[in-house]
Design a protein around this ligand. Structure first.
Ligand code: GLP
Length: 244
């Protein structure tokens, strides 16, 4: 779906999330959101905050699972995805703190595997993710599923691609400060979501969007796996869609 700009696209995505939250509220159920970080979803979160403040949208029945976190990473670090999510969404809405799930970047390495298994089980126990937001990295990663990731991969510790670390270097004041690893939901984890929305804006994403949508399905570009799913939507602005 191609929108004239990211503002209108983001408002539309936020309204769809709000509709799911309200529908579930009406049935006394929990809405399970799969959330993403990066510049791409910021305006979606801004609109959700506006809907909370001005239209009374409540997040009391929301449980959230973030896609990924750098490893190692302290939650209170400026660059952590915990800090990002608090700043852009959680500090401004009424989601119960205990309902927020973000991969734990503070675990000792030998505890990561068990943590990842528990993360998957927690999602399943809630009946799965109702709507999963995704951005796309220039390597074609979704979450931090870098080239080489398997289509059935689960939540796990991964090594970040050099290009991904270069793209993150501004946030960290130099590539050498960007962690070399991350914990990410797997491609298989993402695929289990009932609805998946991949968003991309700006010309700099046009090339990777073209490859993801029209390219041969390959582990070289994990976003191409999305072609295999019938419940994925690409939400683009005109610039990101310009090479299609
Ligand atoms: C990071 C995140 C991804 C995100 C990507 C794109 O690598 N782990 O989930 O999609 O960056 O970021 P941006 O939205 O800033 O372009």
């Amino acid at each position: 779906k191609v929108y004239p700009n990211q503002e209108v696209a983001s408002v539309d995505v936020a309204r769809r999330i709000a509709a799911i939250i309200k529908e579930k509220q009406g049935r006394g159920e929990t809405a399970v959101l799969g959330l993403a970080t990066g510049a791409t979803p910021i305006k979606v979160y801004r609109e959700l905050v506006r809907l909370h403040r001005e239209e009374g949208l409540s997040f009391k029945n929301v449980v959230s699972f973030n896609l990924d976190e750098y490893y190692p990473m302290k939650p209170d670090a400026d660059q952590s995805y915990v800090t990002f999510m608090n700043k852009h969404l959680f500090d401004h809405v009424d989601i119960p703190r205990e309902n927020i799930n973000i991969p734990d970047g503070t675990l000792p390495e030998d505890a990561v595997h068990a943590f990842c298994e528990a993360y998957e089980q927690k999602i399943s126990a809630l009946g799965g993710i109702d709507i999963q937001l995704l951005g796309i990295g220039r390597t074609g990663h979704i979450g931090f599923n870098e080239p080489g990731s398997a289509p059935n991969s689960g939540t796990r510790l991964v090594i970040l691609d050099d290009l991904t670390r270069r793209d993150a270097s501004r946030d960290f004041g130099g590539k050498e400060n960007v962690p070399t690893k991350a914990i990410t939901m797997g491609v298989g984890t993402i695929f289990k979501a009932k609805e998946i929305i991949l968003m991309a804006w700006n010309e700099k994403k046009a090339e990777i969007v073209k490859k993801a949508v029209e390219g041969e399905i390959s582990s070289d570009i994990p976003a191409t796996y999305l072609q295999l799913s019938d419940h994925v939507e690409f939400v683009l602005d005109e610039d990101a869609a310009s090479h299609l």
